[in-house]
Design a protein around this ligand. Structure first.
Ligand code: 48F
Length: 265
């Protein structure tokens, strides 16, 4: 038998602790340097490099888990492939890779999900699960994105009319994947932005990967795009289950924002 006795904890103490500590976090997160929307590969990568660069970062994820499309692998097969130079990013996160061809690597999906999340959190980013970004905060003219509007995913799913809360930040990154949800809201609700979302094209893996990295960037002051949302915005090909472009896109957007907010790359 274990020599140490299990500590007795009253229910009200559990409740008070959860509420007090969660509210401390939310009050602190009401104003950050960067809001990353989506905890998929591009979002978690961006969050790590932004956090390492000394910025205050929050990652808001709709689901109760992180990793986005990583967990599904390729048609549920649990291996993820990346091409050079994206293996540098995975190595920085501590992922164990196998080189299966020159400049072509494979990693277990579960390991990649866990280590990307750990890497972002260890770099200082705060990941909040179960929260949906459903609108933006803006000013105009001059047009500038000032933050995001958030709601509990459970409230959204229940279809309840509950007024949301807003979080301010100097930069917002749309890392929501194929549906480019933040950009879609921006294009619908901020007409002066004149943002057309072309929708991704059919599959062409290597071209899709190149375009994602090349077109990752700032959409308007305060609003950035990375990962698969880039393909949705610019109408570039989908790449299917190869993830190098997502990692390099996340690193690129982090460097752009660091350059802008801290004057360093
Ligand atoms: O889809 P996702 O993994 O986006 P990504 O980082 O990577 C794409 C790849 O996974 C794969 C691919 C490339 O090989 O084609 O699909 O571009 O992660 C997006 C995350 O954003 C969350 C969503 O639940 C997912 O975890 N998300 C989407 N919309 C919202 C959101 C929203 N409105 N608010 C909060 N989270």
């Amino acid at each position: 038998m274990d020599a140490r006795e299990l500590r007795k904890v009253e229910e009200d103490l559990i409740t008070r602790t959860i509420l007090r500590k969660s509210l401390d976090d939310w009050i602190n997160l009401a104003n950050t340097d960067v809001t990353v929307v989506g905890a998929g590969p591009s979002g978690l990568t961006a969050a790590r490099y932004l956090g390492k660069g000394g910025l205050k970062v929050v990652v808001l994820e709709r689901r109760l888990s992180f990793g986005g499309g990583i967990g599904g692998g390729g048609m549920l097969f649990h291996k993820i492939v990346v091409q050079s130079p994206a293996e540098e990013v995975l190595r920085d996160f501590g992922c164990r890779l196998e080189e299966v061809g020159e400049g072509f690597f494979v990693v277990d999906a579960a390991e990649m999900m866990a280590k990307l999340a750990t890497g972002a959190i260890d770099a200082g980013a705060k990941v909040i699960l179960g929260v949906t970004v459903d609108d933006l905060v803006y000013r105009s003219p001059p047009l500038e994105i000032k933050g995001v509007v958030v709601q509990w995913t459970s409230v959204v799913m229940a279809g309840l009319h509950v007024d949301p809360l807003a979080l301010r930040s100097k930069a917002v990154i749309d890392c929501t994947g194929h549906d480019a949800e933040v950009l879609s809201v921006a294009s619908r609700k901020i007409p002066e932005l004149q943002l057309g979302i072309l929708g991704e094209k059919a599959m062409w893996a290597s071209m899709g990967e190149e375009c994602i990295v090349e077109k990752t960037g700032e959409v308007c002051p305060g609003l950035f795009v990375a990962g698969m949302a880039v393909a949705a915005l610019h109408g570039t090909p989908r790449m299917g289950p190869i993830f190098g472009g997502m990692l390099l896109s996340g690193r690129k957007v982090a460097n752009l924002i660091l350059g802008k907010l801290k004057g360093s790359i």
